[in-house]
Design a binder for this molecule. Structure first.
Ligand code: SF4
Length: 380
């Protein structure tokens, strides 16, 4: 059985490693392009979330390359992620694509169900084999995350535009080719060395620091976020995302089972504004805005698909949070009509605002960054 999966940033490296280690034939979905988007937009409901449209386009492209089954993560409400898999299944059925859909639901305390599902489609591979494959995938994710985090810092002062992105591509290829845990660690370290070797500009003021918050697919997939990390980096801004691949896997698939609240700090920070889980990363968007302010970041950018319910909830609270913690926030809601040029103008204006704000704070003798801001009030 030839399997494929949704494309989300560099997740393909880890997903491919896990599935191949379980002796499955893998069709890596092609990188999303405008063509992928057009296919998805044509067949998905108009008001479906943008990630669903891109997924549908991806699955059809992968089918044309021979894929017979799709492995995807399931979801729970209250947002539309809860019935993503069903909607995608029906769209593909209606179009006559005879895909087998394998939906890995978050275990929610029943790890046995998840393991049985994996055993079922891998031909009853032993627990030991499944563990080995997952460990391999997690090691690749950790290596990729370390490289991407470092790239967000290095790109802000690269002497030649594009040098950091080239180093990341080289590192990703090395990590992809590594077959053993030790090799993956070595490849990850070499990736960091490539970044260390990127020539940098010296003698400039410390770069601005911006935190990216929002919906996970939009943050992880450069095609849909119009390469926002690269765009900001090439404007001389250090960028950090609130979620990397391992964070998502940990919170979505693994730690749900163990009922460990690794996001406790984020939830606590969000508490004065939002006490309920609203689906997706809405609550995390609020909590992380507060945390970025406490860490002295210069600004926050929220990136979400148009009509994304959790991020609309967050968006309605962010002006109050922004005022309370004294941190500028820009919200970008994107859809299939968004283009890089339009977003670039808004990013440039935001970066300009942050630069002037920092300068005026320095002139007024205030620290350019506020090290430990406390949330000043609780408004409703
Ligand atoms: S988080 Fe937003 S984009 Fe993702 S499924 Fe939910 S509503 Fe759609």
């Amino acid at each position: 059985m030839k399997v494929t999966f949704p494309h989300m940033g560099t997740m393909w490296v880890a997903a491919k490693a896990i599935l191949e280690d379980l002796d499955l034939e893998v069709v890596v979905p092609p990188m999303p392009t405008r063509e992928t988007m057009s296919i998805g937009v044509k067949h998905a409901p108009e008001f479906a979330c943008l990630p669903l449209k891109v997924n549908v386009g991806n699955y059809i492209e992968a089918f044309q390359r021979g894929a017979e089954a799709i492995v995807m993560a399931g979801g729970v409400g209250p947002c539309r992620f809860g019935y993503y898999a069903q909607v995608e299944r029906e769209i593909l059925d209606d179009l006559g694509y005879p895909y087998r859909m394998i939906v890995l639901e978050p275990p929610k305390g029943h790890l046995g169900d998840l393991i049985n599902e994996i055993k079922d489609f891998t031909g009853q591979r032993s627990l030991r084999r499944i563990y080995r494959a997952v460990r391999l995938g997690l090691a690749k994710m950790a290596a990729l995350d370390a490289v991407e985090r470092q790239a967000g810092i290095v790109r802000a002062t690269e002497a030649e535009p594009g040098a950091t992105s080239r180093a990341v591509r080289k590192a990703t290829n090395l990590i992809d080719r590594a077959a053993l845990i030790e090799d993956i660690r070595t490849a990850g370290q070499r990736g960091l060395d490539f970044l260390e070797a990127v020539p940098r500009r010296d003698g400039e003021p410390a770069p601005l620091r911006v935190g990216l918050i929002g919906e996970v697919y939009m943050l992880l997939e450069p095609f849909v976020n119009l390469d926002i990390e690269r765009q900001l980096g090439e404007m001389g801004v250090i960028v950090e995302r609130h979620v990397y691949l391992t964070d998502w896997i940990r919170s979505h698939l693994a730690l749900d089972f163990l009922r460990m609240d690794h996001e406790r700090e984020t939830r606590k920070a969000a508490e004065p504004y939002l006490r309920h889980w609203v689906g997706g990363h809405g609550l995390e968007s609020i909590g992380n805005t507060v945390l970025y302010a406490r860490r002295g970041f210069d600004g926050v950018i929220q990136v979400a698909p148009l009509t994304c319910m959790p991020e609309i909830v967050a968006r309605s609270l962010l002006p109050v949070v922004s005022q309370d913690v004294d941190l500028p926030v820009l919200s970008l809601f994107l859809d299939e009509h968004s283009g890089e040029a339009g977003i670039k103008t808004r990013l440039e204006a935001f970066v300009d605002l942050l630069t002037r704000r920092r300068e005026s704070r320095q002139r007024a003798g205030r620290p350019a960054v506020a090290p430990q801001l406390e949330v000043s009030g609780h408004r409703r």
